[in-house]
Write a protein that binds this ligand. Structure first.
Ligand code: OXD
Ligand code: MN
Length: 596
């Protein structure tokens, strides 16, 4: 035993008694241990080494276990009203009883791994510790990339430090002599559980081995449970990238950005600016924890140490820095395997090979009518390998944030960029952000806007109304001049022909440049009903396919569309009942008055 932490030892014993693994292994986090874990998975036929990529391995999941299971994600707060209208709720006593039945004997024939992990640099005042108990070596491997794990974490935890209890099982015990599956899990989606007990700071996950369902430091801890801790302790745990932008004069700005899943957070965090002399460096691509510094500014850390990025669409043109990051020491899940031992996916930017093995392990040819990679195929890569990682990305003090971008996928109405008029107006904009529902979501609502405040809808650990009030409260803790400015952006506007008007990717640096000019006091803007907007000439579009007429469309305030928007916001707000902050009602009324 490598710890004298009595509560931790007691909890590990208690879980072992329930799950009945053959043995318990405490992870030390060493490289040798990581290599042993890789060997276990390769020898068992779970992982394939990739000849073309040193230190890289391919895993294929069960076809039923390919994404976060939102329907099976539960916030089991003691009172239903604390989970709020946007979460699934089950009474915690009932849920624990149901899951205890699932867990009883669920690790038979397996090893239970104990993974002490730190979200954030080990020992940073902003970081927090968790311990994940899991029967999945795939989880151990991925957790070592995505978080800091092992004995150094136990040292910081000491004999009585606080930690978040994270229990995970794939839910497939092995009978004596039974051969393991290549991706053990509970195939019936309705028997998977991703459960959060916010008051106890505890997570119980059962039946899935994939991504956010199983790597419990990420969405479960760093957003849902940490969100509750942040509310109670006066800070912010957000679904945001963190980037550093440096201008030719050498002045740097740190910017966070909240965008829903699959809106290009990783691409934006690693963007290559189009202007000479400008530089973007990455601090984080998915999650930001922000706390006030002694100077009254918000400082952010990236609680993760790796990227769990969507592979399809990632290429040398969409994100060259991600491509360079994943050249070595990375894990690939559900991508295609070429005959010469490399990965391939749709949108990787190289022609489809004449033959490969697809994500389900079948022969694949370009004419077979099936994608080679699953749409949610992922890479797991160490952040330290990113060629544009900011040198201060692990600074325990965090980085001071000057601006927060927020935005979803909107074909119409929402301009390319709008600067909030105040913190409260910014929170209002955050509360109304959302994306058009596509056929991939709920079919009878296609085209309607699903509101996704601060891109947190799937990641809320408590009542959304209380969360928005928390954002307003944060604004009262410092001078407005010290708080980051909030910018509502929309890279996804389409023209009458259904084509994207704005090129996106590296060209988003044009918008970032204007934002830094606004912060410096030199950027030109006009005040409109919806906020401050760039003057038509203040975003440089030279060298793009964007015409002046396009720009006018991108920056227009479409009054009719906004009045319709207000009606849809009112309907969304109704859901929050009496938890809807009065300040947001006032902001909505003021917007309506300005439009009329
Ligand atoms: C993610 C997500 O994996 O948001 O980051 O789904
Ligand atoms: Mn995410």
């Amino acid at each position: 035993m490598k710890t004298n932490h009595a509560k931790l030892i007691a909890w590990v014993d208690e879980v072992a008694a329930m799950c009945q693994p053959d043995s318990v292994y405490w992870c030390d986090g060493s490289k040798a241990e990581y290599e042993d874990m890789i060997k276990i998975t390769v020898d068992a036929g779970l992982a394939t080494p990739l000849k073309k990529r040193p230190g890289c391995y391919l895993f294929r999941s069960h076809p039923s276990d390919v994404a976060r299971a939102e329907k099976r994600t539960f916030i089991a707060s003691k009172r239903k009203e604390d989970a709020g209208p946007t979460n699934n709720w089950i009474d915690p006593v009932e849920l624990k009883a149901t899951m205890t039945e699932c867990y009883t004997g669920c690790m038979k024939g397996r090893v239970m791994y104990v993974i002490p992990f730190s979200m954030g640099p080990i020992g940073s005042p902003i970081s927090k510790i968790g311990v994940e108990l899991t029967d999945s070596p795939y989880v151990v491997i991925n957790m070592r990339i995505m978080t800091r794990i092992g004995k150094d974490v136990l040292k910081v935890l000491g004999d009585d430090g606080e930690f978040v209890k994270c229990l995970h099982s794939v839910g497939k015990p092995l009978a004596p002599g039974e051969k393991d599956l290549s991706w053990p899990c509970v195939p019936d989606v309705d028997k998977k559980f991703i459960s959060h007990f916010p008051e106890e700071r505890m997570i119980w996950s059962y039946g899935s081995g994939y991504g956010g369902n199983a790597l419990l430091g990420k969405k479960c801890f760093a957003l849902r449970i940490a969100g509750v801790q942040a509310r109670d302790e006066g800070w912010l745990a957000e679904h945001m990238l963190i980037l550093k932008l440096t201008n030719p004069e050498g002045k740097s700005y740190y910017v966070c950005g909240a965008f829903p899943s699959a809106c290009g957070k990783t691409n934006l965090a690693m963007l290559e600016p189009v202007f000479p002399g400008w530089k973007v460096q990455t601090v984080g691509d998915d999650i930001a924890w922000m706390k006030f510094g002694a100077d009254g500014r918000l400082y952010a850390i990236n609680p993760e140490s790796g990227f769990f990025g969507v592979a399809p669409g990632t290429s040398m043109s969409s994100n060259p820095n991600a491509m360079k990051t994943i050249a070595t020491n990375s894990i690939f899940t559900n991508v295609g395997l070429t005959d010469d031992g490399d990965v391939w996916w749709e949108g990787i930017g190289t022609p489809a090979p004449a033959h490969l093995i697809d994500w389900q392990g079948n022969d694949w040819t370009p004419d077979c009518g099936r994608p080679a990679a699953h749409a949610n195929a992922r890479f797991t890569a160490p952040a330290a390998q990113c060629p544009v990682i900011a040198p201060e990305w692990e600074d325990p003090a965090g980085v001071p944030i000057s601006a927060i971008l927020i935005g979803g996928r909107r074909k119409t109405s929402i301009p390319l960029v709008t600067e909030s008029l105040s913190w409260e107006h910014g929170v209002f904009l955050g509360s109304i952000m959302g994306s058009e529902i596509t056929t991939a979501d709920i079919t009878d609502k296609v085209g309607q806007v699903r509101r996704d405040p601060f891109a947190q809808l799937p990641f809320m650990g408590y009542h959304m109304g209380d969360y928005l009030q928390h954002w307003l409260n944060i604004g009262k803790k410092s001078d407005e001049s010290k708080l980051p400015r909030i910018y509502f952006v929309n890279w996804f506007r389409k023209n009458a022909e259904g084509k994207f008007i704005w090129p996106g990717f590296g060209d988003n640096s044009r918008v970032l440049k204007w934002i830094t000019e606004r912060i410096a006091g030199t950027g030109k803007a006009v005040k409109t009903a919806i906020g401050n907007m760039p003057t038509l000439d203040s975003i440089d579009i030279s060298g793009t396919s964007v015409s002046e007429a396009d720009m006018a469309e991108l920056l227009a305030v479409d009054k009719e569309a906004w009045l319709a928007e207000i009606e849809s916001i009112k309907a969304a707000y109704l859901e929050y009942g009496d938890k809807l902050p009065a300040t947001l009602v006032r902001e909505l009324k003021e917007l309506e008055a300005r439009l009329k």
